[in-house]
Design a protein around this ligand. Sequence first.
Ligand SMILES: [Zn+2]
Length: 208
Amino acid sequence: MLLYLALVAVSLLGNSAAVRVDVDTSKARDLEGFGRQIKKTLEDWYPYLSYLMYSPTFEDVPVINIYFDPDYKRIAYASGNRIVGAVDYYRQNQQGVGSMIHEMVHVIQQYRNTPGWVTEGMADYYRYYRYENRKLSKPTTDNNHTNGYGVTAFFFNWVDQNKPKISGQSMLYWINKDAREGNYKDTIWTRFYRQTVEQVWQEMMRRA
Ligand SMILES: [Zn+2]
């Protein structure tokens, strides 16, 4: 069984189609070099991240389009297979590859009807714990699981590392699966752990 699962895992990774990342820096020629770096990093990481985030309804993404927009004033966002990055931000932050990984996770998520804290927490989880290999600091008593981003990423990592697997899969697999199928509900926590998500959060705050 284990060997079979390992073979399935390897064949999934082997089959995961490569993505092509097209970067449009026509409105900011000085970002061309950064654009090439983003293209290579995202193309290199897509197979592994889409493998980690696999669920049965995942649809491989053949192309991701990135556009650097001089009129966009925040950092970046993703919509479908398109990522928009703010020219002003990336001019100042050319180490900002991690934020593009976060956006690519949104492209891979294909979530429907999912609370923002789950979506943003997962995007930062894959960014920090899988791509940057960085440990975030423990949330404070002012935080809670619905903060999203790094706070929720810390929580998800703790759950992945400390809570039992269900049918051989991490809780993160089941959350990804339900969110992608448009079925995520907080009742998943009580169903799998007989604890509410708030109780799992409190357990993490005591034990982490
Ligand atoms: Zn995001």
